[in-house]
Design a protein around this ligand. Structure first.
Ligand SMILES: Nc1ncnc2c1ncn2[C@@H]1O[C@H](COP(=O)(O)OP(=O)(O)OP(=O)(O)O)[C@@H](O)[C@H]1O
Length: 231
C-alpha cells in the first residue's frame, strides 16, 4: 500500500489557491524530493499530510488513513521553523520524545547527538541555529515512523554537516517508510533522492525517478529544475 496518496487535493486560503487538484502517490522505501519555486505549495502539502491543515476539496491518506489522530502515530514531521521548547536541554528533549512517542528510538538519537558533539546538558536556547536544526532533525528521524515529512531540513546547516545529516536520513529510516524532503538545496540533496515531485503554482508538473531524469534527460535534478523553472 502507498504511504502517501493524494487525490485531486486542493487547498485554498481565501482567494489564493495554494494546491490545485494534486494527485500522486508515494510508495514505501522511497526518498522523495518535493521541489518547486517559492510559493508553489510545498509547505501547504506537508501541513495537509500532517493534519495541520484540512483540504478545501479532494483527499489524502497516509497508509490508507486520513490525516488525524490515527495518522499522527505514523507521521514524523520536521516543521519549517524550530518548534521545540527552547528551555529544554538535549537530554530533556530525549525524555520528552520518549514519553510522547512510542516509536522513539532513544539510543539512535543519543548516538547521533554524540557523533555531532552536541552535549546532552546544553539547552536548546544556548545552541546556534544550525545546531538546533540538527537536534530537531535527529529527534524526528529517530522515530520509527511510516512517513517522514521534512520541510527544509538542512537550510541552516553548514555544507560539511549536510552530508552527515543526509546520510543520517538514509541510514535511520525504516525501508517500509517513505521520506518527503522539501528543499531548495537540490544539488546537495539529490544524491539521496529516489524520486522527485516538481510542483508549480499548486500543480504537479513532474513525478519521476531520479534515475530516469539522469538516464533519459542526461541531466542532474538541479539542472532540470533550473531549466523547468527558468525565470
Ligand atoms: N496562511 C496563509 N494564508 C494565505 N495564503 C497563504 C498562507 N500560507 C501560504 N499561503 C500562500 O499559498 C501559496 C503556497 O505557499 P507555501 O508556503 O505552501 O509555498 P512553498 O512552496 O512552501 O514556498 P517556499 O518555497 O517559499 O517556502 C503561496 O501563494 C502563499 O502565499
Amino acid at each position: 500500500m502507498a504511504v502517501l496518496t493524494c487525490n485531486q487535493l486542493t487547498k485554498q486560503y481565501g482567494h489564493v489557491t495554494a494546491l490545485d487538484g494534486l494527485s500522486f502517490s508515494i510508495e514505501p522505501g522511497r526518498i522523495v524530493g518535493l521541489l518547486g519555486p517559492n510559493g508553489s505549495g510545498k509547505t501547504t502539502l506537508i501541513k495537509l499530510a500532517n493534519g495541520l491543515l484540512t483540504p478545501t476539496s479532494g483527499s489524502l491518506s497516509i497508509c490508507g488513513v486520513a490525516p488525524g489522530r490515527e495518522s499522527h502515530a505514523l507521521v514524523s514531521y520536521l516543521p519549517e521553523r524550530t518548534a521545540i521548547p527552547t528551555w529544554m536541554s538535549a537530554a530533556q528533549l530525549l525524555d520528552f520524545y520518549q514519553d510522547f512517542y512510542k516509536d522513539f528510538r532513544r539510543e539512535a538519537a543519543e548516538e547521533m547527538l554524540a557523533h555531532l558533539n552536541i552535549p546532552a546538558r546544553l539547552r536548546i536556547k544556548q545552541m546556534s541555529k544550525g545546531t538546533r536544526e540538527k537536534v530537531q532533525l535527529i529527534m524526528v528521524m529517530s522515530r520509527a515512523a511510516k512517513l517522514y515529512l521534512l520541510d527544509e531540513p538542512i537550510g541552516g546547516v553548514d555544507p560539511a554537516t549536510r552530508d552527515y545529516i543526509l546520510s543520517t536520513i538514509i541510514s535511520n529510516y525504516n525501508p517500509e517508510a517513505a521520506v518527503v524532503i522539501s528543499t531548495h538545496l537540490i544539488a546537495d540533496v539529490e544524491k539521496v533522492l529516489d524520486e522527485v515531485l516538481f510542483i508549480n503554482q499548486g500543480h504537479l508538473v513532474l513525478q519521476s525517478s531520479v534515475d530516469e531524469i539522469r538516464e533519459e534527460k542526461g541531466m542532474s535534478v538541479d539542472a532540470l529544475f533550473r531549466e523547468v523553472f527558468k525565470c
